[in-house]
Write a protein that binds this ligand. Structure first.
Ligand code: GLC
Length: 568
């Protein structure tokens, strides 16, 4: 079989190379509690991150995104914010974030922080005030409190279920001790949803944006960006809600939850982002927002990145396409078609803190399956095949025009922890689903830095909020640095070549190939990803720049491999 170019089909034109940074950036997600622990409490922290920023410079990324580090009871690992303007003591202080920003900027790295506007923690001052106040009060009107149904209000106001399993409503006890109103929480009971039709809520978040922009952040990753506005009247909904990360639902048969549900992708959200855009645009520098919006089809997602709204939106359709050449080709085509109509870059992603790491996902017998966590007793991925495909998938992503997000540890080829003891699980999805969903802890295990240090160098004393598998010894940064062909060195080389050949600002032209092979050019670089069982011969004169296959020698591309080659 050969990948010789014949008839071509261009699906994306090159972009100006000197555009704003976010159009082409590789952004590395730091999950603070699992990156580096400086004080030995077993939980990563801001000083730990600052001390290890050199790792990101060595790797060659442009920016980092920090998952939440704000004051929080940590009911959902910080996505339950009690104070949006302060740092949780477990992660450090405001001085620590200032020091992190300062050092990152000196090293040439931009910093994006997480913003969680759909809900607060139930320990936020506003929610405490809402509980204490009477039904119908202005304090309650910042959240979605409603009377219950049934004769005595004993039934929830509608039939919605939480993304984490169980009902989406919790009933409170009123100040006089009687059972009272219900409040909506699309997530955990400790994450009450805000009412975005309330002007106070809007003003507050614009002010929070300014607070962090004034401190020097370069942008925001907006949590549940498709969820802020709910359909008028909060109508019952007969659809099945998938888990928040769009993973396979417990009962199998759901549609993507962004499409038709009354809780997601309502037109009203766009007004919020237009207002935020004016706030960001009033600051110097190119500050940017990225939407976490599990929305399909891609034309609907593109509405979040219209010129006066957000800058980027994670391409979760791509993440969900598995290791399926037809699905990947189709999603790449549809992504460019949709985003090119609004002039926005595509934003590729394979892993994050909500999904099974791609080195494990792609090693499942059905590599399009997306379980919500893997545990003892579940099908265990084929580790070797998973890593092989993960490296190929990552090289595919890094060859695509646009921006890309990396999740900490993927540059080491880290697998999911697929055998965490259930009693150590902390993700609320595990308990709220009655154990039916293993949840997201397996992708959140602290990073291994050094082979011969306690907790592989994550903490000074070996403490680690989740245990690291012993097999991670071979994945540590120090075991891989300087070792040709290691996953870490492969990412480094890929990032260097991506810059050198201006792939992020490039074009994409498909070349005819076997249905199980993706073959395209980006500028003068030929990219071949083999997903079937047959090897592929590169065209004559093509010079291999990089291969995901450690044993690559000549011009034959083995199965489950991505090669970048320079065309004459
Ligand atoms: C987003 C976050 C996820 C969190 C949820 C609720 O999907 O990525 O981790 O649990 O929102 O805030």
């Amino acid at each position: 079989m050969t990948a010789t170019p014949a008839r071509e089909r261009t699906v994306h034109q090159a972009d100006a190379v000197d555009g704003p940074w976010w159009r082409h950036a590789v952004i590395y997600q730091v999950y603070p509690r699992s990156f580096a622990d400086s004080d030995g409490d077993g939980i990563g922290d801001l000083p730990g991150i600052t001390a290890r920023l050199d790792h990101l410079v060595d790797l060659g990324v442009d920016a980092l995104w920090l998952s939440p580090f704000y004051v929080s009871p940590q009911a959902d690992a910080g996505y339950d914010v009690a104070d949006y303007r302060d740092v949780d003591p477990v992660f450090g202080t405001l001085d620590d974030i200032d020091a992190l920003l300062d050092k990152a900027h000196r090293l040439g790295l931009r910093v994006v922080v997480d913003l969680v506007p759909n809900h607060t923690s139930d320990e936020h001052l506003w929610f405490a005030a809402a509980r204490a106040a009477a039904p119908g009060s202005p304090e309650r009107a910042r959240y979605l409190f409603r009377d219950g149904r049934g004769r005595h209000g004993e039934l929830p106001p509608n039939n919605w279920t939480s993304m984490f399993g169980g009902p989406a409503w919790t009933r409170i006890t009123e100040a006089d001790g009687r059972p009272g109103q219900w409040y909506l929480h699309l997530f955990d009971t400790k994450q009450p949803d805000l009412d975005w039709s309330n002007p106070q809520v809007r003003t507050e978040f614009e002010d929070v944006l300014r607070f962090w922009l004034d401190r020097g952040v370069d942008g925001f990753r907006v949590d549940v960006a498709h969820g802020l506005v709910k359909a008028d009247g909060l109508p019952d909904w007969a659809g099945v809600v998938t888990m928040i990360d769009g993973s396979d639902p417990v009962d199998g048969g759901a549609a993507p939850h962004g499409r038709t549900s009354p809780m997601f992708d309502q037109d009203g959200v766009h007004e919020v982002y237009r207002a935020w855009r004016t706030v960001l645009d009033s600051y110097p520098g190119d500050r940017a927002m990225v939407a976490e919006a599990w929305v399909e089809p891609l034309e609907r997602l593109a509405r979040y990145v219209r010129p006066d709204e957000m800058h980027q939106a994670f391409n979760f359709s791509f993440l969900s396409a598995g290791w399926d050449p037809a699905a990947l080709r189709s999603v790449i085509d549809r992504s460019f078609a949709a985003n090119d109509t609004v002039g926005a870059p595509t934003t590729w992603v394979l892993s994050n803190h909500d999904v099974v790491r791609h080195a494990s996902r792609l090693g499942l017998s059905d590599p399009t399956r997306r379980p919500n966590g893997i545990g003892d007793g579940d099908e265990q991925p084929d580790a070797e095949l998973g890593l092989r495909r993960a490296r190929a998938a990552s090289l595919l992503v890094l060859a695509l025009p646009g921006s890309a997000y990396l999740y900490q540890g993927e540059e080491l080829g880290l697998p999911e922890h697929t055998a965490l003891p259930d009693e150590l699980r902390q993700d609320p999805t595990y308990t709220r689903s009655g154990g039916a969903e293993r949840g997201r802890d397996g992708c959140r295990v602290p990073l291994p830095w050094q082979q011969d240090a306690p907790a592989f160098g994550f903490s000074p004393n070996g403490a680690s909020w989740l245990p690291q598998p012993a097999g991670w010894r071979e994945f540590t940064v120090d075991a891989q640095r300087g070792r040709p062909g290691s996953t870490y060195e492969t990412y480094r080389s890929a990032l260097r070549l991506r810059r050198q050949h201006q792939l992020a600002a490039g074009d994409l032209t498909w070349l005819p190939s076997d249905p199980e092979v993706l073959t395209f050019t980006n500028g003068r670089v030929l990219v071949v990803t083999t997903m079937g069982s047959a090897a592929v011969q590169l065209p004559p004169g093509a010079r291999v720049l990089i291969s995901s296959d450690t044993s690559q020698t000549g011009d034959v591309v083995a199965p489950d491999t991505t090669v970048w080659a320079l065309l004459d």
